[in-house]
Design a protein. Sequence first.
Length: 272
Amino acid sequence: MTSTVDTTLLAALLGFVEGLTEFIPVSSTGHLVLLVDLLKFPSPPGKTFEVVIQLGAILAVCLLFWPRLWRAATGMFVCPRERAFVRNITIAFLPAMVIGAIAYQGIKALLGAPVVVAVALILGGVAILLIERARKVPKVHAVEDFSWRLALRIGIFQCLAMVPGVSRSGATIMGSLLVGVERRTAAEFSFFLAIPTMLGATVYSLYKARGDLDFSDMSLIATGFITAFLTALVVIKVALGFISRHGFAPFAWYRIAVGTVMLVLLLGGNAA
């Protein structure tokens, strides 16, 4: 039987993994699905834990980019570039909002399929390697310079991440590279787009699962939330510099390695 201390440590570990993986192209949802399954974490019903700790990662983005977000919020009615910034994030968010609401039940079913996650990690890693080789010469170096059509195309790419293991940030960033966005700008846009996308997904998930939600063990939820927040604060800063220097290939090889190991473990366990 798992002790309270052990369960708290598992909650902290999952929060750490959420904060570590949410904003790099390795799939935070995929990692959580695999870890919850392998560690037999006694998660509260209704996926409450997994959903709420994402808010910790969102809070980290809002805090780190607060000056930029505040400038956009106060200037969008008077400054064309700030208005373009807000417009592009809004347009890129719309496809995920619509498709997510329509396909909610199917997406929820996939969250309980660790084998799907492992396969998606491998295929996503291969896709990143191919896209890194085939990507266009960067022509767009600022979110404010996106056309509305370009923002919409990136938003459609983001919808691929509704398959657990694909990675929301990975789909967004790779889609951005394919349409000519510079690496660092692609990563930053992924961070900004995460705010409405993750917040919307969290609120909608909590609403749809409202009958099954259980907040009785708030200590576990709080532990995961705080750990995800603190970890994401560090990761976001480090990730931008790392991506600028090394690109995305290291993340691709990591995905392939983790997906392969997890697939062997999962299939081996089923065979046994």
